[in-house]
Write a protein that binds this ligand. Structure first.
Ligand SMILES: CSCCC(=O)C(=O)COP(=O)(O)O
Ligand SMILES: [Zn+2]
Length: 204
């Protein structure tokens, strides 16, 4: 059986995300790296759960130039930031889940700290529930280029792995390839659900 191309893997990931209800009402966006210079990004405003190969638009990573003139995601600047910061990143997934949206508002600090969970080991390089995984949390901004500059500034002085949360908005995560990005998304979303339940129960 022939292996799926990275774009076909991304299309399958989008359908999986849609079926999970993690990209409601056209929310979310997804991309895959083509090479050092270009990535393929989902078209803005589409239902991300029913995308096809034709709904992905080539974007130049360094400049955001779109050779086709079509309109990629409004959050293109966050995807290209990840590809610029991390040459090893091969795919970026952005979702709007209830857990990420609510927890990112309830947590007032600069990061959501996850510790004590075996499922932290779903994240590359994590080997123990005893470690603390801090997912940085940034205030949302409708000016995506300003938001990308803020995140870039943070990444200059702080570790940035797996993903980040945008307050009241959602999660952007990535991996070496589509499979790893999917695993990080599923693992983080599981951890967010646990953390939401823990906070609810412990508050009683
Ligand atoms: C109703 S979703 C609001 C925009 C957003 O946050 C998002 O993820 C989708 O934007 P896109 O331009 O990629 O469709
Ligand atoms: Zn979004």
């Amino acid at each position: 059986m022939s292996e799926l191309s990275p774009l076909d893997q991304l299309v399958a990931a989008c359908h999986w995300i849609g079926a999970k209800g993690w990209a409601p009402a056209t929310g979310g966006n997804m991309s895959v790296r083509e090479d050092a210079r270009f990535c393929l990004l989902s078209e803005s405003g589409k239902d991300k759960g029913s995308l096809t190969r034709d709904d992905f638009i080539q974007v130049e990573i360094a400049t955001h130039r779109v050779p086709s003139g079509r309109r990629p995601s409004a959050e293109t600047g966050l995807h290209t930031l990840i590809y610029r910061l991390f040459p090893e990143a091969g795919a970026v997934l952005h979702t709007h889940t209830v857990n990420a949206t609510v927890l990112s508002r309830v947590e007032k600090g600069a990061a959501l700290r996850l510790e004590g969970y075996e499922m932290q080991k779903s994240l590359a390089g994590q080997h123990s529930h005893l470690a603390c995984v801090a997912i940085p949390l940034f205030d949302n901004d409708q000016d995506i280029n300003a938001l990308a500059r803020r995140i870039e500034g943070y990444a200059r002085d702080n570790p940035l792995r797996y993903g980040f949360l945008l307050r009241g908005h959602g999660l952007t995560c990535w991996g070496r390839d589509v499979n790893e990005a999917r695993r990080h998304l599923e693992g983080l979303e599981f951890l967010f659900e646990c953390e939401r339940q823990r906070r609810l129960l412990e508050a009683q």
